[in-house]
Design a protein around this ligand. Sequence first.
Ligand code: HEC
Length: 87
Amino acid sequence: MKSWIPSRYCIACHGPFAIGGGSIPDLRYASADVHARFAAIVVGGARAERGMPAFGDVLGTDDALAIEAYVLELQAAAAAREATGAD
Ligand code: HEC
């Protein structure tokens, strides 16, 4: 597994995946459909016409799945915070 730095390719638009702003979706709240197509979106450019670039020249499917795993960790942490009301 290549080391992956969240900020490197995604932070310019998605921040550290902990925020969404303007028309950029907060990846922590991505739908099951998005997760099913995560690699297709990130590597294959399935949403390229909507402003989400393809990263197939710099990232492989394994990288996309590592990013997805990281996003799911953030999602679980956010859900836990909401459940407890803690900040
Ligand atoms: C140039 C800005 C830009 C960069 C850089 C970028 N994204 Fe996006 N991303 C977008 C936009 C805009 C959308 C919304 C596209 C749409 O409406 O379908 C999006 C949507 C997504 C979605 C679908 C989310 C959803 O709920 O519909 C995923 C997953 C995603 N990006 C992952 C990534 C990852 C991982 C990276 C880094 C490898 C990245 N993006 C880098 C602009 C960017």
